[in-house]
Write a protein that binds this ligand. Structure first.
Ligand code: ZN
Length: 75
């Protein structure tokens, strides 16, 4: 299951959770949302604007990269 984030308001669509208020059952894949899906929080951003979030393992890789950036800034 993946998560997708609205670039405007930081709302996160979690496929495992869905958005029942809008009629999307838990487990609804992002790809299966209608093309006219709009952010349920701000109604500004549409499906194509959402940013896929990486999995936790990749997030920890990012943290490592951040550390190396900090190190290079100390030069
Ligand atoms: Zn939004």
């Amino acid at each position: 299951m993946k998560k997708y984030q609205c670039p405007d308001c930081s709302y996160i669509y979690d496929e495992a959770v869905g958005h029942e208020h809008e009629g999307y059952e838990p487990g609804t894949r992002f790809e299966d949302l209608p093309e006219d899906f709009a952010c349920p929080a701000c109604f500004v951003r549409e499906k194509e604007d959402f940013v896929p979030l990486e999995s936790d393992s990749i997030t920890s890789d990012c943290a490592k990269n951040k550390n190396s950036v900090v190190r290079s800034l100390k030069k």
